[in-house]
Design a protein around this ligand. Structure first.
Ligand SMILES: Nc1nc2c(c(=O)[nH]1)N[C@H]1C(S)=C(S)[C@@H](COP(=O)(O)O)O[C@H]1N2
Ligand SMILES: [Mo]
Length: 541
């Protein structure tokens, strides 16, 4: 209809992929990956529950590789390695983004396809993560993918054309080397910098959103009832009062909560608001039931001391601790549910899907076996299982001590394997009798004369009968034992030693109350706990 001839638009052939230099392609891809991750985190964080696609991917990594890393795994996923895992995920994502972008220079679709695959990976990990709200996982991974692709495309276009303005389809601008390289470089890096700043701001916002945890607030508000004569030790006993041997450097009888070792597979610690928490008792029971936190706390409480140890603890290691636990004996709940004949295994299930199983007999033989809500006089710390966890004296944590407990399931012994069993660890996990030398400390400056050798020994649920020490393979000498509140805890021990100048080898071994002495034979933690005598080499001047 127009009668004026404007320009002749030739039959458009798609322009060749814009020429983007490799370094800039890499930067564009890396920045796009960071933007994608940050947007994913920001959207996830709106759940207000620490939900995170990065954490979900990390959790999948742990679940996949905890088995092959067998010897290391239980200890490895203690605390610090989780930070390393997150940083590793960030680095790998950035490198992948850069690689997708470089590949996109030759085949344009590779960049967006790579980011889509990346998003799909996050989606699957998020859906498999028992701690996530699924609709939000979908939205977060879509948003992350879209943000990543958009950032990639825009930055690549700027890298190629030196301008942010979209190229009007009818007038393809020249897309080869821009005329002013300095100006173009400035434009590219300004936009890449802005995108990085946006990613950082989104990550910061995500952090502050997920930081306001109802669980923290609720935990502060918990007031545990005092235990009326139900405990094995006077309520309120302090760590200092319970350290009768008074040897400097000797581990206290009770480990304060802040110093208590922490081991779990949880990349993001479950933050559970007790208001919505339910504990379900189900499986082979006559009357399955569930109860809330207030109901649990309203049941008759006991306070008992018990020593917890990780199967990954090496001889001499510190993945072990003793605490006062307050809660309800598991037996009380089992009696109410009515355990059916043949229900020979009790499985604890946590909020994050972790599981541990132990023989039903253990809950009935009189040892400490409880659902704990308190630790050393306060509500369970969140990292130690708030609002409730299992504590079973005499069994390694990996088969018993389920934190963030949501389910107790009764089944047969063969009917279920807990988390670590298919990953190569023993199904039965009784704690082996061990001793540890704390004093003299490793590398201590010792002078000849009266000194003390001291440490701890444990055989929880059996109790320790004696600890013997020998120096330079001399005669075994019986150490003096500290007080204990029950056979469910470790014991402190001390031996006076008249140290002579020179290098000395100190060895210690414990005998449990059944009369069995710990073996000299050394074994690694996998598959059922380390063995060997405690040894320390010291120099005396
Ligand atoms: N939910 C959950 N509970 C868990 C674990 C875990 O990975 N997830 N690890 C167990 C292991 S291996 C040990 S040794 C103890 C450690 O308890 P702590 O961290 O309170 O010392 O918790 C046990 N309970
Ligand atoms: Mo453990």
């Amino acid at each position: 209809m127009s009668d004026t001839v404007t320009e002749v638009v030739p039959d458009r052939v798609d322009p060749p992929a814009p020429a983007v230099s490799r370094p800039r392609a890499r930067v564009a891809g890396a920045v796009a990956a960071l933007v994608a991750l940050a947007v994913g985190e920001l959207v996830s964080a709106t759940a207000g529950t620490d939900q995170s696609l990065i954490a979900s991917v990390g959790t999948q990594f742990i679940n996949q590789f905890a088995g092959p890393l067998k010897d290391l795994a239980i200890a490895l996923f203690g605390t610090n390695d989780k930070v390393a895992l997150i940083i590793g995920i960030l680095i790998v994502s950035t490198l992948l983004g850069a690689a997708f972008s470089v590949a996109s220079t030759r085949r344009r679709w590779v960049g967006p396809a790579g980011f889509a695959a990346f998003g799909a990976f996050g989606l699957v990990a998020g859906l498999l993560d028992p701690q996530t709200a699924k609709p939000l996982v979908v939205v977060a991974s879509l948003a992350a993918t879209a943000a990543g692709i958009a950032t990639l495309e825009v930055l690549r276009r700027i890298a190629a054309t030196g301008t942010v303005a979209p190229v009007p389809p009818a007038r393809p601008v020249r897309i080869d080397t821009p005329t002013n390289p300095a100006a173009s470089r400035r434009t590219f890096f300004t936009w890449a910098g802005a995108a990085t700043a946006f990613a950082a701001a989104s990550a910061g916002a995500a952090k502050s959103l997920s930081g306001r945890s109802n669980a923290d607030i609720a935990r502060d508000a918990v007031r545990l009832p005092t235990v009326a004569g139900g405990g094995t030790i006077a309520p309120g006993t302090t760590v200092a009062e319970a350290a009768p041997l008074g040897v400097p450097g000797l581990t206290p009888y009770y480990i304060p909560n802040d110093d208590f070792y922490r081991i779990d597979t949880a990349l993001i610690v479950p933050h559970i608001d007790p208001a919505g928490w339910r504990l379900k008792i189900s499986g082979m029971v006559d009357h399955p039931f569930e109860l809330g936190f207030d109901e649990l706390v309203a049941m008759a409480q006991v306070e008992e001391s018990a020593t917890l140890q990780c199967v990954s603890n090496e001889i001499g290691g510190d993945l072990v601790g003793n605490a006062r636990w307050q809660g309800v004996p598991l037996k009380a709940l089992l009696d109410r549910a009515g355990v059916q004949p043949g229900a020979s295994q009790i499985v604890g299930v946590s909020q994050d899907g972790w599981t541990a199983g132990f023989p039903t007999d253990v809950a009935l033989d009189g040892r400490v076996c409880m659902i704990a809500v308190g630790m050393n006089g306060e509500a369970l710390p969140i990292i130690h299982g708030f609002p409730a966890r299992l504590v079973v004296a005499g069994l390694y944590g990996y088969v018993s001590a389920t934190k963030w407990l949501t389910d107790i399931r009764l089944t047969t012994w063969d009917g279920f394997d807990g988390y670590w069993i298919p990953r190569g660890w023993s199904k039965l996990g009784p704690i082996k009798t061990v001793s540890r030398i704390d004093v003299p400390r490793r590398g201590a400056d010792l002078t000849a004369g009266a000194t003390k050798i001291a440490g701890i020994a444990l055989a929880p649920s059996r109790g320790i009968q004696k600890v013997e020490v020998r120096v330079d393979k001399g005669a075994w000498q019986v150490a003096r034992l500290g007080d204990t509140v029950s056979k469910n805890t470790w014991v402190q021990w001390v031996l006076d030693w008249d140290a002579t100048p020179g290098t000395h080898a100190i060895e210690a071994r414990a005998t449990d109350a059944t009369g069995a002495t710990q073996t000299e034979e050394t074994a690694p933690p996998a598959p059922d706990g380390a063995t060997g005598w405690a040894t320390r080499i010291v120099d005396v001047s």
